[in-house]
Design a protein around this ligand. Structure first.
Ligand SMILES: Nc1ncnc2c1ncn2[C@@H]1O[C@H](COP(=O)(O)OP(=O)(O)O)[C@@H](O)[C@H]1O
Ligand SMILES: [Mg+2]
Length: 250
């Protein structure tokens, strides 16, 4: 049985564009004909909301799948308005991280290649069981960051966790891409932060990134991916290019 290709979107800082990147890559992949599942592991629920998904009252979420409270993914799955795109939303009434083994998500996704070609996992900024589950299930990690002075620390912690996971529980974890978000090439600080990251983690891992575009925030509010909300916007163009860059890297 085939397994889907799993990508975790992670950064140990909040507000760096994780949910925006998860939602928009998921929608692009589905549009390209890849059957895609977005797994939202952040109890803020932004991954699901960004695709217009509001789970029903009392419906199980991704956390209950991990704890085994529900036996299969199907109890929590929601189809989106876009063909080929499903969401496993987070339960927003469960702000506390469940205490679960790090291998749960990998086990749930095993053999699911019949249903999905790709899985993208939106993660919380906190270190803990949920982030561990995402990395243990992933083949690749995308790290969105805002190139501020303190940005490198969140990335450094994540990169450490990436290598530790790849060399222990998940040898299938092989790809790491760092994506500057709201980067402005005219801002000297942004250039310096990105040059430092390239020196530390390898220039080939730093992708072009996503420019600031208010349309991305508006699309999120509207519960739609940017390719549907504003297909000709800067944000739509940048996410399309990111998707192409990632394909070349993998
Ligand atoms: N490229 C961008 N341009 C403008 N606003 C953005 C961009 N990317 C994300 N945002 C906005 O920044 C905020 C944080 O993004 P979000 O994806 O929710 O981050 P995280 O999931 O890491 O907390 C959101 O309000 C989002 O709409
Ligand atoms: Mg988020």
């Amino acid at each position: 049985m085939a397994d889907p290709f799993v990508v975790a979107v992670a950064n140990r800082k909040g507000g760096t564009g994780k949910s925006t990147t998860s939602v928009n890559l998921a929608a692009l992949w589905a549009q390209e004909g890849r059957r895609t599942l977005l797994v939202d592991l952040d109890s803020q629920g932004h991954g699901g909301l960004g695709l217009g998904v509001r789970p029903g009252r009392g419906q199980a979420g991704s956390q209950q799948c991990l704890t085994g409270e529900v036996a299969t993914l199907d109890a929590a799955l929601v189809a989106t308005a876009q063909p080929g795109l499903d969401v496993l939303p987070a339960d927003t009434r469960m702000p506390r991280e469940p205490a679960v083994d790090a291998g749960r998500l990998a086990a749930l996704l095993q053999g699911q290649g019949e249903r999905w070609d790709r899985v993208i996992v939106d993660t919380p900024p906190s270190a803990g069981a949920l982030l561990d589950n995402a990395l243990a299930a992933a083949h690749g990690v995308v790290v969105p960051l805002q190139p501020h002075a303190l940005a490198a620390e969140g990335v450094r912690q994540l990169v450490q966790l990436f290598f530790r996971t790849a060399s222990t529980v998940n040898p299938g974890l092989q790809h790491l891409a760092i994506v500057p978000v709201m980067r402005d090439p005219r801002v000297r600080l942004h250039r310096r932060v990105i040059d430092d990251l390239a020196r530390q983690f390898g220039g080939f891992r730093i992708l072009r990134g996503i420019r600031a575009d208010i349309r991305l925030a508006e699309a999120f509010e509207a519960g739609a991916a940017i390719i549907h909300y504003a297909p000709r916007s800067r944000g739509a163009m940048d996410y399309q290019l990111l998707s192409e860059e990632l394909e070349a890297l993998w």
